[in-house]
Each structure stands twice: as structure tokens, then as C-alpha cells.
Design a protein around this ligand. Structure first.
Ligand code: SF4
Length: 326
């Protein structure tokens, strides 16, 4: 028999919002009930959040970051063995973008390590040039960016250059950010940048990480903060523990817990793009397809910032097969 809290949740298919109380009850489900929850999340996705969104990223500047994010290989506070390089050239970026758009992807994102750009300095202007260059050379291309904290000036400049989405992850709940993520900046710095992007009409991509020592309450709190901020795309990553970071020995979260998180995010944010980011192939392995059927309607393909992903061709086939469940 179907669990009573899942039964009550079917009203979401009629457009009704679920209460936080009901979401909390769903988060306690165990065993076979989790499959029913995933099935509902998949129905919600099919009704409110299709088609699929697949994107890819390029790390255009790597390592040497002054911030101390505990999960991150690029922080100077950690001892991870990571490639370090300054901003890639316009030609290198253009070549990689052209290659990426040969596949069925929605967007290509330029990602830099570091705190961000509060001033339109020469490095920021080079990034803008690269964005313009891809728009010009690859017809119909959608270019995204993930380059840290912004000011009014730099947020406006990105909007003026037609950035498709801007990624800045909250990573975890407002309450736990200082403890679980960083002491060199605050989650409010991230929220301020999101508000500036919204002010200039840029679509915001913001999510977080599962497996950093957070509780289910933290995960749900983050989903509601993202809802309040009205972000457009929510990437959920599963921690890939990197040697040399304080999270290198973090325990893996059980697959069914992760499935619940994806399903709950879909129920809390029914119409948004919910993307599976890092950890899909490397950590979830056999279960990646199952998780994609728990409410996610997008994924990141072709590799992550400091860890490898799966071949884009293989992912293209994966995407087509997933659509048969919609
Ligand atoms: S997540 Fe970004 S800001 Fe934090 S240490 Fe890594 S590169 Fe720096």
C-alpha cells in the first residue's frame, strides 16, 4: 500500500504546493517507500519541468584560490594535488566551446577559481571577450559563467553580454555554511551576488553538495532558500572526496538518501531545472540512472572542475534513454 504522506503529496500534480511539514515527513521515508517517492518526483518532473538540460563546463582558471572551502581542491588552504594555471586564452576557450557544442548540450560554462570579480579588471574583461567570441563563432550558443562574487558593475556587465546562466552555489544551509564550507567568506556573500544577478535579469544556477556532513534538515533548508531566491537552475552534487582536502575521508551517503534528496528538491521546486552535477558517474556509478529518475531533469557532462566525468557521446545516448521514461 502506498504511504499516506506520499498519497497526500499527489496534490502537487494539480499545482498545489506541499507544506514544509509534509516535506519533513517525506524525508523520513525508508525502504520501498522511497521508490514511490521517486516515482512521484519523476511524474512532477514530466509534468512541470521538461525538457532535459545538459550542460558542460570548462575550468578556465585553476587553483591558487585564497578562500578556504573545505571540499575544494583549488583552495590554497588545502593540500590537494591540482593543476594550477592562470586564465586560458581566448583561442583555447573558443576551441573547447566549439568541441562541446558538437554534442546535444544546452550550454557551455566558463568557470574560474578564486573569490570573484568585484571590479571589471583586465582579467574580467578577458572573460567577457571570450563570452562574446563564443557567441560570435558558435551560432546559437548559450554561454554561462561561474566566476565567483560580483559587484553591481560586474553583474551588469555579464547581463549586458547576454550570459545565459550564472552559477554560484550556496553549497549548504545558511545555518551550516560557516561550519561546513568556509570561514573566509559567508553565505551572505553568495546570496548578495544572486540578488545582483536577479536585479539585472540574469538566470541563476545555484545548488549545493550532498555528503559534506550536513543533515537532512540542512538539505531541505537549502532547497527552501533556493526557492525563496527564485533561482532558475539547481545543481546538486554528490561529494567526490579529494585527497588533501579536509573532506577526503568523509563517509559516502547512502544512495537511497541521495534519491530522497533529489525527489524532495523536485517537490519543493517543481518547475525548476534540477541538475545532477559531480559524483554522478564517479560516486553513484550503477545508480546514476536511478537518481536521474528521481526528479532531475538535467546533468553536467564531460568532466568537472578537478575530477573527470564521462564521455559526452556516452552521455548523449544516456540522455535519449532517460527521455523514454518521461
Ligand atoms: S569553491 Fe571556489 S571560492 Fe571556494 S576554494 Fe574553491 S575555487 Fe575558491
Amino acid at each position: 500500500m502506498i504511504n499516506k504522506y506520499i498519497q497526500q503529496s499527489y496534490k502537487i500534480l494539480e499545482g498545489e504546493e506541499l507544506s514544509r511539514e509534509l516535506i519533513d515527513k517525506l524525508s523520513e521515508l525508508q525502504g520501498a517507500d522511497v521508490m514511490d517517492l521517486m516515482s512521484l518526483a519523476n511524474k512532477v518532473k514530466t509534468k512541470f519541468a521538461m525538457p532535459m538540460h545538459v550542460c558542460t563546463i570548462m575550468n578556465v582558471k585553476s587553483g591558487l584560490c585564497n578562500e578556504d572551502c573545505k571540499f575544494c581542491a583549488q583552495s590554497l588552504h588545502n593540500n590537494a594535488d591540482v593543476e594550477r594555471y592562470s586564465l586560458s586564452s581566448k583561442k583555447e576557450i573558443q576551441e573547447q566551446a566549439k568541441e562541446a557544442f558538437k554534442y546535444d548540450i544546452k550550454s557551455f560554462a566558463l568557470v574560474t577559481s578564486g573569490t570573484g570579480y568585484k571590479k571589471a579588471n583586465s582579467e574580467f574583461n578577458k572573460i567577457i571577450e571570450s563570452i562574446d567570441d563564443i557567441h560570435e563563432k558558435v551560432e546559437g550558443s548559450r554561454v554561462c559563467a561561474s566566476i565567483g562574487f560580483l559587484s553591481d558593475e560586474t553583474a551588469k556587465a555579464l547581463a549586458d553580454h547576454n550570459i545565459a546562466n550564472y552559477n554560484i552555489n550556496l553549497q549548504t544551509s545558511v545555518d551550516q555554511y560557516g561550519k561546513l564550507i568556509s570561514s573566509t567568506h559567508t553565505i551572505e556573500d553568495r546570496i548578495d551576488t544572486i540578488k545582483l544577478l536577479k536585479k539585472y535579469g540574469t538566470k541563476v544556477c545555484s545548488g549545493g553538495i550532498i555528503g559534506i556532513g550536513e543533515s537532512m534538515k540542512d538539505r531541505i533548508d537549502m532547497a527552501y532558500t533556493l526557492k525563496e531566491l527564485d533561482v532558475d537552475v539547481i545543481p546538486l552534487n554528490v561529494l567526490v572526496p579529494i585527497p588533501g582536502t579536509p573532506m577526503e575521508n568523509n563517509e559516502e551517503v547512502d544512495v537511497y538518501e541521495i534519491a530522497k534528496v533529489f525527489a524532495l528538491y523536485r517537490l519543493i521546486n517543481p518547475t525548476k531545472v534540477l541538475k545532477f552535477g559531480a559524483g554522478r558517474e564517479t560516486i553513484m556509478k550503477d545508480f546514476q540512472a536511478l537518481l536521474m529518475l528521481s526528479g532531475a531533469n538535467g546533468f553536467l557532462t564531460g568532466g568537472y572542475l578537478t575530477t573527470r566525468g564521462r564521455d559526452s557521446k556516452e552521455d548523449e545516448r544516456f540522455e535519449k534513454q532517460l527521455q523514454l521514461f518521461s
